[in-house]
Write a protein that binds this ligand. Structure first.
Ligand SMILES: [Zn+2]
Length: 352
């Protein structure tokens, strides 16, 4: 090779890192450098297709749902939990597997078992929920009975917390007692919102079916608010002993403090009966004091009641009437019996 040839080779080497040392020059000249192989993937020639990696999005694909799983520490594999089989990751491979007859049978079988398990689990859960509700109902019933006891016996609601604390200590083997919660506020709420509502509803239902007489009086409380107290007396159809007279308050109807006319009193009474859907026709008598606004001949509560229920009777001034009735009744008794009764009452009234 002459000097011209060397010069042209140097020009052909674009990298310019041609080894200009003696040995390098010799090697190049003795055997020309082989042409570099051009490959897409750098210097290494590709011999086999690159393995596909597992894609997380396949797990959300409905075609693979329920059986496709990832293989831990192996991103190039996938796992079918239905066939219990490991396979190469790749969407087409998985689709092919999904269409296989064996795989389809396995999936159908597993879905059947799964549905059965779900059904059993569901029925167990509903049984547990029913049991919990039954227990909660028992706890509620006991709480209502306690509140009713406090109200019936005029026991302060403030004692509820202390009493329940003692019960929880002493009756520690009862889940009902342990799960109870009863303080003064809850007692108050139970009496107002549960017991009173039921009582009023039952009372109204009775008054819709039976005759009743009514006692009314107006009253002013310490705050200066006026109310019409409506007491009813009737033979209770739901009493354990039939024909037992029941006397109870129907309602304390609020009155306007500035207007206590006969018209206002009647309106308040009328509204209460309408509210509870009790017919006026069932009223057979009125007992009240002897105030003109109540028993006056022309413009009174009684005149309005009489116009609405012509069959009703009036017993004015009930205390005085009762005294008269008992006096006349006693006149029919032998004198020593009445004397003995008087002495007895004086003794009891004056005895320390
Ligand atoms: Zn499978």
């Amino acid at each position: 090779m002459d000097a011209n040839e060397i010069e042209s080779f140097l020009e052909d080497d674009p990298t310019g890192d041609f080894d200009n040392s003696g040995s390098g020059t010799r090697e190049v000249f003795s055997s020309p450098p082989a042409k570099k192989q051009k490959t897409c993937s750098g210097n290494k020639p590709s011999t086999s297709p690159k393995p596909k990696t597992f894609q997380a999005i396949w797990l959300t694909d409905s075609k693979f749902s329920g059986w496709l799983k990832r293989v831990a520490d192996d991103p190039y594999s996938a796992y079918c939990s239905a066939c219990n089989k490991k396979m190469k990751a790749g969407k087409s491979e998985l689709e092919k597997h999904a269409e296989g007859k064996v795989h389809k049978n396995k999936v159908t079988e597993i879905r059947g078992i799964h549905n059965l398990a779900n059904m059993l689990q569901g029925s167990k859960a509903s049984e547990a929920a029913a049991e919990a509700k039954k227990h909660a109902d028992k706890v509620n019933t006991v709480e209502i009975q306690f509140a009713s006891f406090f109200a019936d016996n005029n026991v302060s609601f403030r004692t509820a917390t202390g009493l329940l604390g003692v019960q929880k200590k002493v009756i520690n083997d009862s889940k009902i007692v342990q799960d109870m919660t009863l303080g003064p506020d809850k007692c108050n709420a139970i009496v107002r919102n549960v017991i009173a509502k039921v009582e009023v509803e039952e009372l109204s239902e009775d008054l819709r079916q039976t005759w009743f007489s009514v006692m009314v009086d107006e009253s002013t409380d310490q705050g200066g608010d006026k109310a019409l107290i409506i007491v009813v007396k009737f033979l209770s159809p739901r009493a354990p002993m039939k024909h037992k007279t029941r006397v109870t308050v129907l309602e304390l109807a609020r009155l306007n403090s500035t207007d206590c006319s006969a018209e206002a009193l009647w309106d308040a009474y009328d509204k209460v009966l309408q509210k509870h859907n009790i017919p006026h026709d069932n009223c057979i008598g009125l007992g009240t004091d002897a105030a003109a606004v109540m028993v006056g001949r022309n413009n009174s509560f009684w005149s309005r009641l009489k116009a609405r229920c012509p069959w009703a009777i009036l017993i004015p001034c009930t205390c005085h009437s009762s005294a008269k009735v008992s006096s006349l009744a006693c006149a029919r008794l032998p004198p020593n019996v009445e004397k003995h009764l008087r002495m007895l009452s004086t003794y009891l009234g004056g005895s320390p």
